[in-house]
Ligand binder design. Structure first.
Ligand SMILES: NC(=O)C1=CN([C@@H]2O[C@H](COP(=O)(O)OP(=O)(O)OC[C@H]3O[C@@H](n4cnc5c(N)ncnc54)[C@H](O)[C@@H]3O)[C@@H](O)[C@H]2O)C=CC1
Ligand SMILES: O=C(O)[C@@H]1CCC=N1
Length: 272
């Protein structure tokens, strides 16, 4: 039976653990989580029945897979304290941290088989999207294992080059925040047009859900779906025209480039 250790039991780890438990293929007794925060440990134990540890070493003692779910800024210190054990046991190391490259993960941990991935917060509802990239030492079995773990919380996509992970971070890792921002703006605009906050919120959120589901289930792409909403001489045309005039596409391109650049910058800053 595969033993899984999470180092860091915060938001993302909780989402992934929740997905694994809900899916039912992974026994809670095989999941070990280490986190210095006692409240976090109690919540994980209570909600999912997983094994919790204050000590990272204890959590990885028998692990076949170690999932690093700490903030990028503490990754080096945390891995270096575990290096003796990890380099001896050689588990599959999976990192979900933004902007930490495979070479750094290998050098800090002593693990050869490393998967760097970028999930997102809808993983909490098993509606996540994760991009993955593996070092050449990752075996087919280990790749399948990493894929199955992340598939428990949504869609998985393997990329061919590590640089693509920065783009994945910009598109789907940070992506939920962009849609939330658009929702905030639509709710505010709806209120300015006379709707109550509650009505504007309900209509906006249901519209976001409907549009997402339609785009996912349709034979045609988002551009055609947009055209189908846009009657010639009608109302949507007016709104879309304002978005285009204001340079929405360029704004989005600039924003995603900034996110991708920051991921690359973090990799450089945090690398050895
Ligand atoms: N929040 C997001 O949307 C996404 C975050 N990520 C990545 O996931 C990672 C975790 O992010 P979140 O879960 O949002 O952060 P978080 O702050 O909720 O979780 C981090 C956890 O690590 C624990 N921790 C701190 N020091 C530790 C140590 N020495 N040993 C073990 N645990 C320790 C903290 O107590 C905390 O519970 C980050 O590297 C981030 O880049 C990746 C994709 C999306
Ligand atoms: O903002 C961040 O750095 C993390 C990575 C992707 C989403 N949240």
């Amino acid at each position: 039976m595969t033993q899984i250790a999470f180092i860091g039991g915060g938001n993302m780890a909780t989402s992934i653990i929740g997905g694994l438990i809900r899916q039912g293929d992974t026994k809670a007794s095989l999941i070990h989580v280490a986190d210095p925060n006692a409240g976090q440990r109690q919540a994980l134990q209570k909600d999912f029945g997983v094994q919790v540890h204050e000590d990272n070493q204890e959590a990885i003692a028998k692990a076949d897979v170690v999932i690093m779910a700490v903030k990028p800024q503490v990754m080096k210190t945390v891995l270096e304290t575990l290096q003796a054990t990890l380099s001896k046991r050689q588990p599959l190391l999976i990192s979900i941290a933004a902007g930490i490259n495979v070479a750094s993960l290998q050098s800090w941990s002593g693990c050869k088989a490393v998967v760097r991935c970028m999930p997102n917060t809808p993983a909490l509802l098993s509606l996540g999207a994760t991009g993955l990239f593996g070092s050449k030492e990752v075996s087919i079995d280990q790749r399948n294992m990493a894929d199955a773990l992340l598939r428990a919380v949504g869609l998985t996509v393997w990329v061919k080059t590590e640089a693509e992970i920065d783009a994945v971070t910009a598109v789907s890792g940070s992506g939920p925040a962009y849609f939330f921002l658009l929702m905030e703006a639509m709710i505010e605009a709806g209120q300015q047009l006379g709707l109550s906050e509650q009505t504007a919120t309900k209509l906006t959120l249901q519209t976001a859900l409907g549009a997402g589901q339609m785009a996912l289930n349709s034979d045609v792409g988002p551009a055609e779906l947009r055209r189908r909403v846009t009657s010639p001489g009608g109302t949507t045309e007016q709104a879309i025209g304002r978005f285009e005039d204001a340079g929405l596409r360029q704004i989005v391109a600039t924003a995603l480039k900034a996110a991708s650049d920051r991921a690359a910058e973090l990799s450089r800053q945090l690398a050895d």
